[in-house]
Design a protein around this ligand. Structure first.
Ligand SMILES: [Zn+2]
Length: 290
């Protein structure tokens, strides 16, 4: 019995596509740890930036206090010099008062400047320690990133090789459209885009197909046509087993569906009950095209 060449091709493609999609999932999973570290890095960087801004403000406050102190200091020196040149008691009293005020002001600015300098020093230390933490984290994230990049590029190389294998198998036997559609089914249906029908049962979804549908399916396969399961949208083909085995396989499914309360009449199951049918695949109108 000459089987459908397309079906053989699709079975081979399925094996490779399964590997390909496992690799694609792997790529998606890899950067998860990196993402968490990048989020952490962003928050540490923001914290550092905020402290750095605060430090700059302190610096300019400290600078301004230092200038005010210097002015007060110079003023006091100036008054002390003037003391040497006073002539009257009145001048002496006035200058003494000014000198006293200058001293108070000088002391007050000195105190403020020193306190600001101390605060500045503390923040500078904190800033330094945050910078160390930030640098270490940055280094870690960069290393992780380049590790992830090389892992991803290695996997992408593997995927390219698998794509080439697929292209070689596909040849002219499988049209680009069918290949794309099939690849999509394999991806969406957990790696199984082409499955055999045992007896009347689609082994992809375990639902029972109408008798006439299965008879037609066998003929279509012989004619090189592609048929899809009306319930789960997988490509199906009839695999002839020992008659007793086929019958008992169908019977078992029938029994199990009965016990699950599913409708098993052909008419109803063909029109509805398609809980496994994936509308998003949009193949219902194109079933006959291949
Ligand atoms: Zn099915």
């Amino acid at each position: 019995m000459s089987r459908n060449e397309k079906l053989d091709c699709l079975k081979k493609l399925q094996v490779i596509l399964q590997k390909k999609f496992v690799l694609e999932d792997k790529i998606k999973a890899i950067p998860a740890d990196l993402k968490a570290e990048e989020v952490q890095l962003k928050s540490v960087r923001e914290k550092y930036q905020a402290l750095s801004d605060f430090y700059e403000n302190l610096q300019s406050e400290q600078k301004s206090l230092a200038i005010k102190y210097d002015d007060a200091f110079n003023k006091r020196i100036e008054y002390e010099k003037q003391m040497e040149f006073i002539n009257t008691q009145r001048e002496f009293e006035a200058l003494t008062k000014q000198l006293e005020e200058a001293r108070i002001s000088e002391q007050s600015f000195l105190k403020m400047r020193n306190s600001k300098t101390n605060e500045l020093e503390k923040v500078r230390e904190e800033l330094e320690s945050q910078k160390t933490e930030l640098d270490a984290l940055e280094e870690k994230v960069n290393q992780e990133k380049s590790k992830v990049d090389s892992e991803i590029s290695a996997i992408n190389d593997e995927i390219s090789t698998l794509d080439e294998e697929c292209a070689a198998i596909k040849g002219d036997v499988i049209s680009d459209d069918l290949y794309e559609k099939f690849s999509n089914i394999v991806k969406k249906k957990d790696g199984f885009g082409i499955v055999p029908v045992y007896g009347q049962v689609c082994t992809g979804c375990d639902l029972i197909l109408p008798v006439q549908f299965v008879i037609d399916l066998d003929m279509k396969s012989e004619n090189g046509e592609i048929e899809y399961c009306p319930y789960c949208s997988r490509i199906i083909y009839k695999e002839t087993l020992d008659e007793d085995v086929e019958r008992s396989y169908t019977f078992e499914q029938l029994e199990s569906q009965k016990s699950e309360g599913k409708t098993t009449s052909h008419d109803e199951s063909a029109s509805g009950e398609s809980d496994n049918y994936d509308e998003s695949m949009g193949m219902d109108e194109e079933f006959e095209d291949f």
